[in-house]
Ligand binder design. Sequence first.
Ligand code: COA
Length: 689
Amino acid sequence: MVRQEVDGGVAVLTLANPPVNALGAALRAALDGALAQAIADDSVRAIVLAAEGKVFVGGADITEFGKLQQPPSLPDILDRLDASPKPVVAAINGVALGGGLELAMACHGRVSAPAAKLGLPEIKLGIIPGAGGTQRLPRLIGPDAAFPMMLTGEQVSAETAAALGIVDAVVLGDLVAAARTRALEIADSGALPRVRDRAEKLTPEAREKFEALAAEAVKRDPDATNVHALARAVRAGLEQDFDAAVAVERAEFRTLVEDPRSKALRYAFFAEREAARVPGLPKDTPRRPIHAAAVIGAGTMGGGIAMCFANAGIPVMVIETEAGALTRGLDRVKGLYAGSAKRGSITEAQRDERIGRITGAIGLEHAAQADIVIEAAFEDMGVKREIFSKLDGIAKPGAILASNTSYLDVNAIAAVTNRPQDVLGLHFFSPANVMRLVEVVRAEKTAPDVLATALDLGKRLNKLPVTVGVCFGFVGNRMLERRSRAGERLLLEGALPHEVDAAVTGFGFRMGPFAMSDLAGLDIGWRSRKDFGGRAPVADSLAEMGRYGQKTGRGFYLYPDGARTGTRDPEVEALIARVAAEHGIARRSFSPDDIVARLMYPMVNEGARILEEGIAARPSDIDTIWINGYNWPAWRGGPMHWADTVGLKTVAEALSRFAAETGDDSQEPAPLLKKLAEDGGRFADWKAA
Ligand code: COA
């Protein structure tokens, strides 16, 4: 796991633990042994720490968190570096994250390849750095620069790292050779520069800035235990000596690792990666080449999808039925790119390049050259079937034909073609150029290579593709529909829109369901219920009154003078009471916990049905969809993980109670949920038969 070569008085220790050189027990033992040996070897004057592959070190091994760690620990290794009489220089070839950067910072020098990226992303896993990161980074770059870097967990480029002072130099040529030279220079100088001994960046001004930033961060997210801990650990380094401060950090780290928030975030990290593995789809499934794409429809979705291709360097043609719609669509896309360039998130050259990759055309016949065609037309089965039957005669053989439908039966769409094996659903979320989630809908006849190509393409587009089966609304919208229904029922039973929304934002969503409806437009749900059936007495009444939400200034709330946040409207509250009376429903009050249970348990129940039917392969896929497509708070790990933490017995019993109270049998726990609840089981342990 660690290769050792001694040459010219320098020992080069190369880490080789693919895929990301995570610092698991075996690698730590090998590294510690190699360091001890090099330090003891009289022929060695200096040591270089290098890594094989594209990554320097991807961090501590996250799978070991919360388990008993085999010694040596990473802090043990860093103690050995601190005590080393010989200089150690890190040759940072690629990503150095978390424990990887902590390891590099405990070295006596750091040189970096231009492509390297450095960061302490622990905050994203609900923890803080636990191997001196909160101490060494402030000593290297000042607490005022280190705190925000650890607070966001964002990576910086090698160039930025050099400018900040995290690395000594960016090396264009042979990195290991440069590290050797640097190590020998330090050995010759006779002094061993240790980051722990530095204090020149801990100035009163930097401290003051840090305190202001910390106060702001804690205020912004008062419940984030790790943000508080981060502030305390950095502060300890300003008030206590290095070893005492490291002990504070370590204690904070240990507490956080056991925090349910961190457990949920670690779960979500692995859930996301697990989603890439589709049962029954071998890794070596052949892929079809994708060099050019076509998008049918220049609406908001079509334009957003086209941008995803353009951003990934794939030429894309946007196809419309008439010139006006095409021009409007392309202009909107250009406007979005112009905005990004203005904000500085892309350069002007990138803007022009990306716009240049998008062409427009009138008429489906222009889809003939595309390797993949994505239909993003009106959400209507008749429209979709007509487009697909025409495409069947136009698209080149082997082209992938995808629909961006968010509800409709992809089998029925595929059935109008003579090549159903080439058809699947690619459900992007709005705004498509921003949202990472894509539900990849595997229809009955979708060929394995088509699915594998779509999943690869998703990654190329910088998306998070999750495979789902065909049913109305797939995974996300099918469960969302349960929440919407429960929301309406809550209104009739006595909760008010602002109470429901407050409970949901209190739970951790950025927006409550009624504020969300107002933002999206009440007319959308109303029309879709007209087409697909279903009633939402309150929302439908509001829509019938022309109260479409923010865009009409009135919906569930009032938006006077174009306000972005709504205020309570007595008229709506009276309407709700009236509708409840018409339905003979007695109104009462609900606590926030009651509201959350009544909204979320039916979703979990639907998730159980989705698993029973094989629409999702595993509970963690459902969680990945909800976290990345619907803003479910990641620190609650998604609906299925959350239900496990609540206890499935509690969830099932409550659902039976809701069913009895409302007379709605669909609220009864699904057989799978019932069985798990009876057996004391968890979704986490469930495997498809
Ligand atoms: N511990 C354990 N496993 C890890 C890991 C870690 N720190 N980092 C990555 N892995 C695993 C992934 O689970 C994945 O496993 P799989 O192939 O079995 O699914 C594999 O390594 C590759 O990771 P992936 O994220 O798919 O590769 P990538 O090339 O897209 O990204 C990283 C590489 C290192 C940038 C990314 O994995 C990452 O951000 N890792 C976490 C870094 C982190 O938070 N470190 C702090 C821990 S203290």
